[in-house]
Ligand binder design. Structure first.
Ligand code: SF4
Length: 278
């Protein structure tokens, strides 16, 4: 481990605007939660609890697998209720979580043929002296580790293209880290779950190998250069950036960035995320 800044998908997106990066990753400022972010956090936590529990039971009693899967909606509802009880939600917000959770549960099938399922485990490696980190929602392992599937659950409103999951930068970064840590792994399927848009049944995992992930290192090289440039000049200017502005809830020193953010939201048709006023 080093004391150098950590590179993750979110920190690299934030670096698109040095000011945003500085506030979040150097000053340690927490962005206020939005309703959509809270809903996503709840559903991710419920999913993680549910999958872990299903797998814990299935791996020891595989014969019970089918029976268990039949009862799994109840297990999910319990997991969701436990997570929701930790938040102050209005009745409407609760209903929204339950409705989306039900869609997830209807479409989700645990692959009981996998060797193992790992849920929300932080992965990290080092690259050019920097820690590179990521926490995939779910990794399924097959063939004694020679194959893996990296799954990302998306509960938001941004429409997902299931067919191009293997081009998703966040998931490619996770796959790259996985390859660094697992020399035995030959290929990784990348899959996106998005219950809001038809669930996982339409999902077609794309396969990546070590040789097809050179863009991940190119992105890391680019971001390291940007970061070192900011550090060496002590310059952290607010710089409107499509990706960084899209989710930014910082008090932005640039009025123009707000316009860009609004435009970016307007152009993303399925992105009606309401934000709480600070
Ligand atoms: S809204 Fe402002 S602070 Fe946020 S990413 Fe855009 S330019 Fe940077």
């Amino acid at each position: 481990m080093t004391n150098s800044p950590i590179l993750s998908n979110s920190s690299m997106i934030a670096l698109g605007c040095p000011y945003r990066y500085y506030r979040l990753f150097i000053e340690g400022y927490d962005e206020p939660d939005s309703d959509a972010a809270t809903q996503g956090t709840i559903l991710h936590a419920a999913r993680a609890g549910y999958v872990s529990q299903l797998w814990r039971i299935c791996k020891h009693r595989r014969k019970l697998g089918q029976e268990l899967l039949r009862r799994s909606p109840t297990i999910f509802q319990r997991a969701l209720a436990t997570v929701m009880s930790k938040y102050k939600l209005t009745e409407y917000e609760q209903e929204q979580c339950e409705a989306l959770g039900a869609r997830f549960c209807e479409a989700f099938q645990l692959d009981t043929g996998a060797d193992n399922h790992i849920v929300e485990r932080r992965l990290y490696t080092t690259y050019r002296g920097y820690s590179v980190e990521g926490t995939p929602d779910h990794v399924a392992i097959y063939d004694g580790g020679r194959r893996a599937k990296v799954i990302d659950a998306k509960f938001g409103h941004v429409r997902v293209d299931f067919e191009t999951a293997q081009h998703n930068r966040q998931l490619r970064l996770y796959a790259w880290i996985w390859f660094q840590n697992h020399p035995e792994c030959q290929e990784i399927d990348i899959e996106i779950e998005a219950p809001r848009f038809g669930g996982m049944k339409d999902s077609h995992p794309g396969t990546v190998t070590r040789d097809t992930l050179s863009d991940v290192e190119e992105r890391l090289d680019r971001k390291i250069a940007e970061l070192e440039g900011c550090i060496s000049t002590s310059s952290w200017l607010a710089t409107p950036d499509g990706d960084a502005c899209k989710y930014c809830t910082l008090h932005c020193p640039l009025t123009v960035s707000v316009i860009i953010r609004l435009l970016s939201r307007a152009l993303t048709i399925h992105h009606p995320i309401k934000r709480r006023r600070k």
